[in-house]
Design a protein around this ligand. Structure first.
Ligand code: GDP
Length: 316
């Protein structure tokens, strides 16, 4: 690790915002440069990691702005990672939207991470979370859009998963029943100010109660993020879930699950990159005639052989 990176990290660890942002960018693009740092800095991750997911437009960013304000008013610090380039949280701050900027102070850090279209969550985020946790943020919020099937990756790395719903009727109820949202620890019915909200709440509540796990019945909290109504109740629900998790030993269990998941995901992600490259190279070296004549399975075996050869060579 170079002297310049060491200095940058030290500045970031002392709380300098610009250096924090710079370290995160470096981790995103050159994660291996931080291998020594992460090995030498032995510290239990003590931040509570909260995942917030739901379909685009459900109000995640608006809700997170309220959540930040509430957590700050209770003296708790919070870092937000938005895995969504279109997220208006940091965009709002940049644009100078007063409502959004008002809640930005020294106890808050925002960052949105760009995601390649075919990758639901870049693995570097695991290192970024560890880094933010070293900065002693009480909470690290991961905002992740999840249309249809809720992203399972985010549920593997968070201590609390909050699923945001909005009052829509009709097919939506059927989708919920099909078990699309069963990973949530807490459910939020956002846009509770809309006229159809009460009816939706009545219909959805029993479905969510059926998602009981051990002694935990996931609550459905009514929130109106445009006025931040119901946010205090949401923070209470988060606290209750954390207390429950602690009492059952789930929090430490989750940290272990997270480690196992992250290592597997990093290996798989890197392997997939190499494998794709070799497949492309091998197939582009086959001439057109051969490609036309040879059956798929024969080509598959040849290419697989080359892939394995290349991997074995890398390992020796
Ligand atoms: P995201 O894509 O999930 O991050 O959703 P946004 O936070 O960008 O919100 C999408 C739209 O829903 C915006 O026009 C918000 O103003 C609106 N919205 C968010 N929360 C509420 C709410 O509680 N009530 C109403 N009526 N609209 C809301």
């Amino acid at each position: 690790m170079g002297q310049d990176i060491r200095e940058l990290i030290n500045k970031a660890l002392s709380g300098d915002r610009y250096s924090i942002a710079k370290v995160i960018t470096l981790i995103e693009y050159e994660p291996y440069k931080f291998k020594e740092f992460f090995s030498s800095y032995v510290k239990e991750v003590s931040s509570i990691i909260i995942g917030i997911t739901g379909p685009p437009g459900v109000g995640k960013s608006t809700l997170i702005n309220c959540l930040i304000r509430e957590l700050r008013s209770q003296g708790r610090s919070v870092a937000v990672l938005a895995i969504d380039p279109s997220s208006p949280i940091s965009g709002g701050a940049l644009l100078g939207d007063r409502v959004r900027v008002r809640c930005v102070d020294e106890g808050v850090f925002f960052r949105s991470l760009s995601t390649p279209p075919n990758e639901e969550m870049p693995w570097k985020i695991y290192l970024i979370i560890d880094f933010l946790s070293m900065l002693n943020f009480d909470y690290i919020i991961i905002e992740q859009p999840g249309a249809g099937q809720i992203n399972t990756k985010v549920s593997n790395i968070t201590d609390v998963l909050i699923v945001i719903l909005q009052p829509l009727l009709g097919d939506d109820i059927q989708m919920l029943k099909a078990g699309l949202t069963e990973l949530g620890d807490i459910y939020v019915l956002n846009k509770a100010d809309l006229p159809q909200a009460e009816l939706y709440y009545t219909l959805v509540k029993p479905i969510i109660q059926e998602l009981k796990r051990d002694d935990w019945i996931p609550p459905l909290v009514k929130v109106s993020s445009i006025s931040c109504r119901g946010i205090k109740e949401l923070v209470d629900a988060i606290d209750r879930f954390i207390m429950y998790s602690r009492s059952k030993g789930l929090l430490s269990k989750k940290k272990l699950i997270r480690k196992v998941f992250e290592v597997s995901d990093i290996v798989l992600s890197n392997l997939e990159g190499v494998v794709r490259e070799v497949i492309k190279e091998e197939l582009s070296s086959v001439n057109k005639e051969e490609l036309t004549k040879k059956p798929v399975l024969a080509l598959y075996e040849e290419v697989l052989g080359k892939v394995l050869q290349r991997i074995c060579r890398c390992l020796t």
